[in-house]
Design a protein around this ligand. Structure first.
Ligand SMILES: NC(=O)c1ccc[n+]([C@@H]2O[C@H](COP(=O)([O-])OP(=O)(O)OC[C@H]3O[C@@H](n4cnc5c(N)ncnc54)[C@H](OP(=O)(O)O)[C@@H]3O)[C@@H](O)[C@H]2O)c1
Length: 284
């Protein structure tokens, strides 16, 4: 698969988002393991997760543990796989999402993620979402401390404004390697962050790149231009959407979620779909 860069690491240009395998509507473990193995078979080497991808109060880190088991049971070489996890979001088990950006919490959360992933250092650790009750500098300062302590190999942030990207770069001493923000045909307001990442050479990981778990299937109906270009190429509208993401900038690495092998196999095919200037002009 075409390679792109996160810091000094190379990863397949299409990643896998783990969230649909661990939150509401999640499949049984066997289907999830087959989905992760299908991603690896297709050349995916970036798997995005978070400690908060779970359902009940007593299964925190469900997705991280699942990914660790899938990697351990894969027949092939997984040494080049980067598992990108996050801390700072919580799910108390009642369906809600809460925040804790305090440095103490982030450091404790990182230790728990290290154990679940069974590694000595996390490949990419991302501050999940700003906590309005904690100064942003303090939260990102905890990520810097984890980097300095060797607990994490690379540092990223998520749900960040351009100002916070610049601030994080300063706090991390130039070691910010990725920004993960929502971006898709239906959610365009992260364009300034994408442009800034392009300028700074920081990887931009669009989350919910197909419009999110409940909407991804209807992408071609909701955005007919994607459906039309897909028909002309004989591929799925989702594949066209991911190729459109890839065409925006070499720093873009989409992380489409999947809970079925066929979804990620199809998504990974986007790297081989080349959209012409005429195709791109049709896509809003
Ligand atoms: N940083 C954050 O705050 C944040 C927030 C949300 C998500 N994320 C990350 O971003 C990842 C992606 O976002 P997302 O999962 O919310 O939404 P998404 O990637 O836009 O959509 C996921 C859904 O798309 C379907 N799908 C994937 N590829 C497909 C294809 N080729 N054809 C048809 N359907 C396809 C999957 O269906 P099946 O389930 O049937 O396979 C899946 O349920 C998450 O998994 C998570 O890792 C981060």
């Amino acid at each position: 698969m075409e390679q792109r860069h996160i810091g000094d690491a190379s990863v397949g240009a299409i990643g896998l988002g783990g969230m649909p395998m661990s939150i509401e509507g999640r499949p049984d473990e066997q289907r999830s393991i087959r989905t992760i193995h299908a991603a690896l078979d297709a050349g995916v080497t970036l798997i995005d997760t978070a400690d908060a991808y779970h359902l009940y109060a007593d299964d925190v880190g469900h997705n991280e543990s699942l990914i660790a088991r899938a990697l351990a049971t894969y027949g092939g070489d997984t040494s080049g796989v980067i598992v990108a996890t996050k801390g700072g979001h919580l799910r108390p088990g009642d369906g809600s999402w809460t925040l804790n950006g305090s440095p103490e919490y982030i450091k404790t959360a990182c230790e728990a993620s290290l154990k679940r992933l069974g590694v000595e250092a996390i490949g990419l650790y991302q501050f999940h979402r700003p906590d309005p009750t904690v100064p942003y500098e303090e939260s990102v300062g905890a990520i810097r401390d984890l980097l300095d302590a060797g607990k994490i190999r690379m540092a990223g942030i998520s749900n960040a404004s351009p100002e916070r990207i610049e601030l994080s770069q300063e706090i991390l001493g130039g070691r910010l390697v990725s920004v993960q923000n929502e971006f898709s045909p239906r959610f365009r307001s992260s364009e300034p962050e994408l442009e800034l990442c392009d300028r700074l050479g920081i990887a931009f990981l669009p989350w919910s790149p197909l419009g999110g778990i409940g909407s991804a299937g209807g992408l071609g109906d909701r955005f007919p231009a994607f459906g039309e270009v897909a028909e002309a190429h004989g591929v799925s509208p989702q594949q066209v959407c991911l190729a459109w993401h890839l065409a925006k900038s070499p720093v873009v690495i989409p992380i489409p979620g999947a809970s079925r092998p066929s979804s990620i196999t199809d998504s990974a095919g986007a790297v081989d779909l080349s959209l012409s200037a005429d195709d791109l002009a049709l896509l809003p």
